[in-house]
Design a protein around this ligand. Sequence first.
Ligand code: 5AD
Ligand code: SF4
Length: 439
Amino acid sequence: MSEPKKLYIKTYGCQMNVYDSERMAEAMGGQGYVETKSPDDADMILLNTCHIREKAAEKVYSELGRFKGLKAEKPDLKIGVAGCVAQAEGQEIMRRQPLVDLVVGPQSYHRLPEMEAKTREGKKALDTDFPEEDKFEKLKNRPKAKRGPTAFLTVQEGCDKFCAFCVVPYTRGAEVSRPADRILHEARDLVERGVREITLLGQNVNAYHGAGPNGDMTLAGLIWELNKVDGLERIRFTTSHPNDMTDDLIEAHGTCDRLMPYLHLPVQSGSDRILKRMNRSHTADSYLRLIERIREARPDILMSGDFIVGFPEETDEDFKATLDLVEQVRYGYAYSFKYSTRPGTPAAERPQVDPEKADSRLQELQAVITRHQREIQDSMVGRKLRVLFEKPGRQSGQMVGKSEYLHAVHVSDASLKVGELRDVRVVSSGANSLAAELL
Ligand code: 5AD
Ligand code: SF4
């Protein structure tokens, strides 16, 4: 028997790309490929790219340039670009970098095996269509391999919101939800393979409206169905839009026992003037009132968010409104970014904020966020938490897992095993994790 061919995938960006890369690896598994951790011994290299911020395309070109030597040594090596840069740049990638054999957009991954075959005939393969089929259904070619205790599961893709700064509606296309039965089937399969926690993914996950047995199902409806899956202990979802936080989903946070008390709910800015210019269709006040309702349903919920500073025309006063909002919410985690121009989006044409000003605002915002994060993490000391253990820690006999609130927790106990869910008492709070003892 011949040696299996080797596939090296490098994944950039969001969790959805991580999920997509796994599906691509499985699909190529059906073509006789096994994954390798190094590009050096690969027969095929795939860059699964992200286009959301910064000079994404330039980074991809410089990364591709580094494979020049490898390709010279091994002319049979196939190089592909997938993900949102592939979608945004298309043919341009092959024109600028002749090393590239294959360009595949996020909605065409199910066509990857045929595309690879085409490259083996010495042709170039490009597909950046938005076909109607469920790509994940077509990608179902999976070996029943054991899995770790946590997994992502994509339930919805694309976005119809068109925030003025964002490329997602262009690169991932219009919002599409997968039918509930396929998701439940995939969830049961993951559980059989050892998964105990599933994070439902979607660019606009709480707008989920997939076909169910009695018409369309909401995300809350789907969560309640997943709550019945034997062996699935924890459910999370990300990323949500404030305008799609429906009553049933808020209520589920109070009543659904396996839904974890953590919610990533980006607001982007605390200034109504900027929110309007961002086309966010909510105000700072409506967002704060929403959080109040969520906290009524689940008082201990840990909030997480995203912020953009230096959005075109942002004044000191607008920025101060963002700081005020952050003080009111007190996020357990928050991700803040300096605005970066995305060609083709409405905000790209507008007057830009002085980059130094944007830098100093970013630092100021991050300092406040870090302080809250610290205080919230430290407040866990002495508390009883439930931890899903995911992997051995750095020290021998140590295991690391995540609490309900997604804090990393480590425990020194040689008897602990990966995949165990145990009650612990937190004894101290370190730089990025909590130390705890088993109860
Ligand atoms: N510039 C800076 N940050 C951005 N994000 C999206 N587009 C941009 C951009 N052009 C941020 C938003 C979003 C997160 C995933 O990335 O905060 O919620
Ligand atoms: Fe982008 Fe999120 Fe806005 Fe959609 S809701 S356009 S994904 S920032």
